[in-house]
Design a protein around this ligand. Structure first.
Ligand SMILES: [Zn+2]
Ligand SMILES: [Zn+2]
Length: 101
């Protein structure tokens, strides 16, 4: 019988809280290098998953995110949304309705 204890690393995204960044079923990596190869990045002292790393990079482009126009307000929630054309980050905002007394 041969037993070898191994170390692994579990990263939690400091931006969205996810622990998995890809289609992997496990949320641990044998090493930080493996996590990096899977898309994890460290920026400004935070660990970022692949989608947050994308957003972070996009935010730092000159002019920031490349927002598409706001969608029309929809549904009972009266929210509208827009999406960045580069990184697909989504932003939602409540639509204020004026109440005329
Ligand atoms: Zn994230
Ligand atoms: Zn973006």
């Amino acid at each position: 019988m041969s037993r070898t204890p191994v170390r692994c690393i579990v990263l939690t995204c400091d931006s969205c809280g996810t622990r998995t960044s890809s289609e992997r079923e496990a949320d641990y990596y044998p090493s930080l290098a493996h996590a990096r190869a899977d898309g994890w990045e460290t920026a400004d002292g935070s660990d970022l998953c692949i989608s947050c790393a994308d957003e972070h990079r996009c935010e730092r482009e000159p002019g920031g995110h490349d927002w598409a126009p706001w969608s029309a307000a929809s549904g009972a929630g009266r929210y509208r949304s827009r999406e960045c054309r580069r990184c697909a980050k989504e932003q939602t905002a409540a639509v204020l309705s004026l109440v005329v007394a």
